[in-house]
Write a protein that binds this ligand. Structure first.
Ligand code: PRP
Ligand code: URA
Length: 207
């Protein structure tokens, strides 16, 4: 597995504002969308190109274009939804799948409730979830995608714990992980420290 830490100053600055407990729901959501677009730039860096003959006002040229338009963005509900608008601005033709999972408050195990993906399994998947804590939810989502026949999977998170990164790395060495930060660890309730709190609650204002 390759771990890509996106340490661009704009990403880091915006993430710091998101972490601040005084940041409003509106601002949090806006920043998550902006960061997702900036991270999307890196997540799509190695998209294959094809060359097409075009004519500029001055001459003909062989111009690079994205080869095919076969991406599916897959948010892990709920919080992953906050990352898709930024990505969709970059890749407007992408399809959108959905995986519904929540973490049981007592056991911290993922509970599955929804799965809907496009039929074409050749699409490259960008799986989104702001938080990679124990890694249970991400691993469950990846397992379901693989069982369904999707093979090219990238995971895009905002904040990860070292434990979450390790869990994905050990189970799915073929999945590249993109994060803005790997934090110190987890507390006794498996929340990321220092983290940013409950991402779903902060995006949707449900606390
Ligand atoms: C959060 C987060 C991840 C999961 C991470 O979702 O968005 O999906 O927890 O924890 P893990 O790595 O230990 O599995 P949550 O269960 O709060 O659901 P929500 O997005 O619906 O609020
Ligand atoms: N889920 C969150 O939203 N935040 C954490 O820190 C851990 C799991």
């Amino acid at each position: 597995m390759a771990l890509h830490i996106i340490d661009h100053p704009l990403v880091q600055h915006k993430l710091s504002i998101m972490r601040d407990k005084e940041t409003s729901t509106m601002k949090f959501r806006e920043l998550l969308q902006e960061i997702s677009m900036l991270m999307g730039y890196e997540v799509t860096r190695d998209m294959p190109l094809t060359y097409e003959e075009i004519e500029t006002p001055l001459m003909k040229m062989s111009a690079p274009k994205i080869a095919g338009k076969k991406v599916v963005v897959v948010p892990i509900l709920r919080a992953g939804l906050g990352m898709i608008d930024g990505l969709m601005k970059l890749i407007p033709s992408a399809r959108v799948g959905h995986i519904g999972l929540y973490r049981d408050e007592e056991t911290c195990q993922p509970v599955f409730y929804y799965y809907k993906m496009p039929a074409n399994k050749d699409r490259a998947v960008i799986l989104t979830d702001p938080m990679l804590a124990t890694g249970g939810s991400a691993c469950d989502a990846i397992a379901r995608l693989k069982a369904d026949g999707f093979e090219r999977i990238r995971l895009m998170c905002l904040v990860a714990s070292p434990q979450g990164v390790k869990a994905v790395e050990e189970k799915y060495p073929d999945v590249d992980v993109y994060v803005a930060a790997v934090d110190e660890g987890l507390n006794d309730k498996n929340y990321i420290l220092p983290g940013l709190g409950d991402a779903g609650d902060r995006i949707f204002g449900t606390k």
